[in-house]
Design a protein around this ligand. Structure first.
Ligand code: FDP
Length: 341
């Protein structure tokens, strides 16, 4: 019997144990973050179970409402949002919440307030729900600046102020990827234990990838650097092989693949959407934080994505993120266009 392998199988690193270990790096910490995270994990487990049962329980389909972006809202979106808002408020550790599904920020009742702010998209990739494609929850966590004067400014902080970010992907397995600012770790839900177990320690995105990921249906409206970059992916002039195209159209799934296999994910600006499509607070920032923590980069076409200073809750931004070298290439194309004008 291989005793070393056996010991590993029986010494399970759950997500709570991992975060408690991380807490050791901050001797002043009193466990508030661990409690907050355990409520997020509960929300993820609930949504994972609802997604698995969706077809059976008739949860898929329209709920007859539209969300703040004017998109059709699905029943699963509504349910997931309710679950996360309740889980976050009841943690007693949050103060301001921003959800993709709520036009206004939620200011937690003072009696239940804690020091954290959470921006989240409870169920991203909703157009994929009805056909069973992977979808996910994305979240970013900040600290309030002044507990006696809580304002919208607490959630309109630049991404560089983020304390932690993560996503949970509801796919062929349920995977939670988390960074608390000290690298990126992936945990897979063991349904028999009901626990997320560390399965992808210290994720590093390959320095250069072989995949590009973009909605090419928008190509006619792209700006010149994006169009040139995608052309280079398909017809490289340096003797390298063309890149493969993979686009799921569900940000969590496309970013998860990019983190593990490398490459680049692009949702650029175009003539129809000058600010791109993806939302800064609960899509661009958390994913950029994770990508940087994994050794990659995230760029808006103008600047490092995490340095954006959002002024509106549901603000959008173009985004290019992934392997370090691949993002360098698109940065160079934007820089040469800027120097040409
Ligand atoms: P969805 O509209 O299905 O909710 O911002 C949401 C998002 O999906 C992302 O998950 C995804 O990356 C992107 O939009 C897909 O947009 P396109 O359909 O325009 O490619």
């Amino acid at each position: 019997m291989d005793h070393a392998a056996e010991a590993q199988r029986t010494d399970l690193m759950t997500i709570t144990r991992h975060v408690l270990n991380e807490q050791g790096r901050h001797p002043e910490s009193r466990g508030d973050f661990t409690i907050l995270l355990s409520h997020i994990v509960l929300g993820c487990k609930f949504v994972a179970s609802a997604v698995n049962k969706a077809g059976l329980a008739k949860l898929i389909g329209l709920a007859g409402e539209t969300n703040v972006q004017g998109e059709e809202q699905k029943k699963l979106d509504v349910l997931s949002n309710e679950v996360f808002v309740k889980a976050l408020v009841s943690s007693g550790r949050t103060c301001v919440l921003v959800s993709e599904e709520n036009e206004e920020a939620i200011f937690v009742d003072p009696a239940l307030r804690g020091k954290y702010c959470v921006c989240f998209d409870p169920l991203d990739g909703s157009s994929n729900i009805d056909c069973g494609v992977s979808i996910g929850t994305i979240f970013g966590i900040y600290m309030i600046k002044d507990k006696d004067n809580v304002t919208l400014g607490d959630v309109l902080q630049p991404g560089t102020d983020m304390l932690a970010a993560g996503y949970c992907m509801y796919g062929s397995s349920c995977t939670l990827v988390l960074s608390t600012g000290n690298g990126v770790n992936g945990f897979t839900l063991d349904p028999s234990l009901g626990e997320f177990i560390l399965t992808h320690p210290n994720i590093k995105v390959p320095k250069k990838g072989k995949i590009y990921s973009v909605n090419e249906g928008n190509a006619k409206n792209w700006d010149a650097p994006t169009a040139k970059y995608v052309e280079k992916c398909k017809f490289p002039q340096d003797g390298s092989s063309p890149k493969s195209l993979r686009y799921i159209g569900s940000m969590v799934a496309d970013i998860h693949r990019t983190l593990l296999y490398g490459g680049i994910f692009l949702y650029p600006a175009d003539q129809k959407s000058p600010n791109g499509k993806l939302r800064v607070l609960y899509e661009v920032f958390p994913m950029s934080f994770l990508m940087e923590q994994a050794g990659g980069q995230a760029f808006t076409g103008k600047q490092r994505a995490l340095e954006l200073a959002p002024t509106k809750l549901h603000e959008r931004s173009p985004i290019f993120l992934g392997s370090y070298d691949d993002v360098e290439e698109i940065k160079a194309l934007y820089a040469s266009e800027a120097s040409a004008v």
